[in-house]
Design a protein around this ligand. Structure first.
Ligand SMILES: [Ca+2]
Ligand SMILES: [Ca+2]
Ligand SMILES: [Ca+2]
Ligand SMILES: [Ca+2]
Length: 221
C-alpha cells in the first residue's frame, strides 16, 4: 500500500509539473501575442501634426556675429533667414521687416518651400564666408537690417509684415515682445557666432521655444 501511495504521489507531482510548464508556456505565448498586438496597433496611430506655419516666417536670425564671420563690422554682417513653408509662391511687394527702430522693404517673390536671406552687405562677400546652397535667394537690404543700429545683441525684435498686417514676429534676450509665451522675464539668446533658428524649419507656435540655439548657423537650409 505504501508503494501504491508513493507511486500515486510521483504521478501527481509529474502531472503537476507538466501542467505548470504548459501553463507557463501558455502564459508566455499570451504575453508575446499581446506585446505584438500592441506594437501593431501603435503603427496605426496617426503621425502628430507639427505646428508648421501656413505663412512666411522669420526662420533664423544671426544677430551676434563672431570674428570669423565679420566683414566690415558687426551690424553689416548680421543676417535674417525668411522661409516659405506654404505650398504657394508669395509676392513680397509691400512686405517689410522691422526691428526695434526701423524697417526695410522686401522685393521679388519667394517660392514654396524656399528660403530668402536678408543681408546688409553684398552677396559675393557674404557667400565668401558662408556656405549657402546654390539657388538660395539673397537680398541686400538698404543700410542695416531694420533700423540704423542693426540687431542688438542684448535684445531686439523682428516683425515681418505684409502692408500693415503683422505676419510673424520674434525677439531675443532683453526684448520679450516677440512671443505670446516662453519668455516672461527675458527671452532665450545665443552665444556669439550661433543663431536662433526654428526647429524644424517653419515651426511656429508663437512661443520662444520654437527657436533653438543653432551652431553652426544654416543660411539657406
Ligand atoms: Ca548684433
Ligand atoms: Ca535694432
Ligand atoms: Ca509666429
Ligand atoms: Ca536655416
Amino acid at each position: 500500500m505504501r508503494h501504491l501511495n508513493r507511486f500515486l504521489l510521483v504521478v501527481f507531482l509529474t502531472e503537476s509539473t507538466l501542467l505548470y510548464v504548459q501553463t507557463s508556456q501558455a502564459l508566455f505565448s499570451d504575453t508575446a501575442a499581446s506585446s505584438s498586438n500592441t506594437f501593431s496597433a501603435s503603427l496605426e496611430f496617426p503621425t502628430p501634426t507639427l505646428s508648421i506655419a501656413n505663412h512666411l516666417v522669420i526662420n533664423e536670425v544671426y544677430y551676434d556675429v563672431d570674428a570669423s564671420h565679420t566683414l566690415d563690422d558687426e551690424n553689416s554682417s548680421e543676417w535674417v533667414e525668411i522661409y516659405n513653408p506654404t505650398s504657394s509662391s508669395v509676392d513680397l511687394t509691400s512686405w517689410t521687416i522691422e526691428d526695434n527702430n526701423g524697417s526695410d522693404s522686401l522685393t521679388g517673390s519667394l517660392s514654396a518651400g524656399s528660403f530668402l536671406i536678408l543681408i546688409a552687405t553684398d552677396s559675393a562677400s557674404f557667400q565668401n564666408i558662408w556656405s549657402v546652397p546654390s539657388g538660395t535667394n539673397i537680398f541686400t537690404v538698404s543700410g542695416l537690417i531694420g533700423g540704423n543700429f542693426g540687431l542688438a545683441n542684448d535684445g531686439d525684435i523682428l516683425t515681418l509684415k505684409n502692408n500693415t498686417v503683422e505676419i510673424d514676429k520674434m525677439s531675443w534676450e532683453g526684448n520679450i515682445s516677440g512671443f505670446l509665451t516662453g519668455c516672461a522675464v527675458s527671452c532665450p539668446g545665443v552665444a556669439e557666432g550661433h543663431s536662433l533658428e526654428r526647429n524644424p524649419n517653419g515651426y511656429d507656435t508663437n512661443d520662444a521655444n520654437d527657436f533653438d540655439d543653432t551652431n553652426p548657423p544654416t543660411p539657406g537650409s
